[in-house]
Design a protein. Sequence first.
Length: 703
Amino acid sequence: MALIKKIRQRTGLAIGVIAVGLIFFLVGGDLLGPNSTLLGSSANNVGEIAGEDVSYEEYIRKIEEIKISFQQNTGRTPSENEMSTLREQAWQALIVDKVFAEQYEALGLTISDAELVDMVQGKNIIAELRQQLTNPATGEFDRSQLISFLQSLETAGPEQVAFWEQQEKMFAKGRLRIKYDNLLSTSEYANSKEGKLEHRMANSIADVDHLFIPFYAISDSSIEVSDSELKAYISKYPEKFKVKNAADLEYISFELIPSSEDSAAVISEIKKLTEELRASDADSAFVLRNSEGQNPFAVVAPGEELPNTLTSNVDDIQVGETYGPFLTNRSSYVTHKVTSKFEGTPRMRAAHILFGTQELSDDAKAEVKQNAERVLKEIQNGLDFATAAAQNGQDGTAQRGGDLGWFAKADFVEAFADVSFAAKSTGLINRLVETEYGYHIISVTELPKTTSYKIATIELELGPSDVTRNEVFRRADSFASTSGNTAEFSANAEKDGYRIIQANNVDAFARTLNNLQNAREVVRWAFNEASEGSVSPVFELDNAYIVANLKKKYEEGTATLDQVRQQVLVQVRNDKKAEIIKEKLAGKATLEEMQAVFPNEASLDKSPDLRMNASVLPGVGYAPKAIGAAFGLKNSGDISKPIHEDVGIIVIKLNSLTPAADIASYNSYQSQLTLNASQRTAYMIMMALEDLADVKDYRYKFF
């Protein structure tokens, strides 16, 4: 069944590829012609990596590779939101391909044929295949599925063979990256002096008093800040204000809300359909023909919940009765008819903890059994089952506390099913159950149930009618056609009583405007077609028509003052406040005297066990400079100068300092430093190479 499913998925993919081909055939004259802005010359480039142009076609091919993999893994076509993620994965994959290929070649890293065979059918099956080919009953890798699939390739069609070849290339690239990352991570090393310093930072303890004066001790209104000061701050710290392509937009939302006439029409229609359903003797055919909802005719198996709109409105549900209409939380009306109630295949619910033993020796199996018996004993003594499952389970159910959901006897291997269905009460089965997959600890959570229902449902959406949509669009279009620039946009909005909504610093890749979803086309218009002051045509979003005005567009680089005014204002204002606070504290000899200067705002606290490697000061927050200053004081009673942190001004008084005692060996600290560094290496190398590659991203012009 799994193989058939995969073949069906590939067939769907082939159809999708053909469809894309037809689209290009039908509109090829526009897209592929010499005047095309999509293909040809530099307008065809979606970016640049390591000095090499990335064409639209190359990017699309990579997206298709990622999309095919997604379809194979999930068995479905990705949604638009998922496609956004896949496009980003494709872009990152291109960066990796172009940036790392040269690194692999320079280091002589390769994947041999024998290694590839071992990865896909040998003793070291890669994780991607293990995840795809699992037994649904146990969540464990099923080698028989893999063998069947590989054997089927001998007689498979060209699409399937091509897909597998592509998968093998991806597996090889993934293994090369692992080799490269491992090579670099194992090059990390911390020497004994570094280990000694780490020990000192972790074990040196200071007893300090600390005075904290927040910036709000000085009112904002008392601080004057000029635009020239703000611009000077940006110039001084340009690295703080790096931005990508962005825009300031404002828009008016013409909401698509059903009118009272729309509501009355839906209520009238569903009442009529409810009576027809009540009289119908062909329930399934009737609801399939008339319902707008999903699964209009459903079999509710034992253990499954009846529709909430039915159970929350009806106390005594009777077979043959029709109930409704009811208003749902999905802005729709539903009517349910209980077509039949019958005794079906028994289904129960249980949780388990699997201790796998496949391909283990007898001695190893005995050790696994001993471990399973130990865990069973701990559960019998009070250990929470879900906790034990999360800590010890060796299949996919461990993450959900071992829960297997509702299942029939035929769904599981005989030994497991027999014991589970023989239980007379819920709770732990006080012995291990052995199957071909290993040893199981089982907890019965629901005893077998047999009652099933057939439910026919009519659902009609409560949405705006075509008449309402046309009227809302007419108003939006009239507004757009009479608003040719920013001034007219504002004047017309005020005249007609429309609320203008601001959306500032919109990223070129944004897919939303504030809380408006699926607004990508509005953003693309702003960055591709519009100039500053332009007013957009009408865009249709999920529940509204939108007319936008492009106020300002910003290029990638250092932010302008308009983009980051509030952020810079806070920084410059706080800097001025810091100087005022320091001046007011000058000449004060004790922390108490300093606190008296700001009696209502300042706080004086004690930290008796402050460690050198800390970054947070209790009761204050992130304050690494203040902590560093504490350990820089020499004698008990010393008081630091006022320290400017992001949260305010801090003054430290040292009461005592206990240096870390020397120890015989710093190996454990060296090892921890080495481990921490090696775990960061792959990411840091990726960021460094990407930076050196000077990646330029123009995809926002296309998607």
